[in-house]
Design a binder for this molecule. Sequence first.
Ligand code: FES
Ligand code: FES
Length: 170
Amino acid sequence: MKIVVNGAVREIGSSPTTSLLFVLREELGVTGPKAGCQQGGCGACTVLVDGSPRRSCLLPVGYLDGAEITTVEGLGTPMSLAPVQQAFVHHYAAQCGFCTSGFLLAAQAYLDRGGTDDREAIIEALGGHVCRCTGYVKIIEAVAAAARGDTFDLTTTAPGKYTTVAGGAR
Ligand code: FES
Ligand code: FES
């Protein structure tokens, strides 16, 4: 069977009952989706399947022949971040980053279906995603900023620093 991962057709050798999460990480080396609870409860493994956010730990790959899978690697590149990724950077919405790819893909799906900066709607869209670091205020602010179409000057963001305050890290 084949799946399409971030635009590339990939032949899958794992058995049909293998989870999509395992296939992505262990067979294909696509490690953006994180193995958190592996029981559907944390959202860290979320990817887009034909545009919809799905928990890859719960999906047997055998059901996905021909499906289009988008992981965080398909959203943007380090030198060309997607707007929602820029928003997460600017609003300091990630700390350890373990949950972040899942949040980003849920957020991207929300934006793709016309989501606004309405706080309650964002909370609903991100429901079930768990972050152990940041709390949720900054994540919600980031998604709202992306929904508004805010633009961010990230030129002051120094790699490895912890703030995007104009003028660089303090
Ligand atoms: Fe899939 Fe937690 S690892 S929901
Ligand atoms: Fe660490 Fe969310 S940034 S778990």
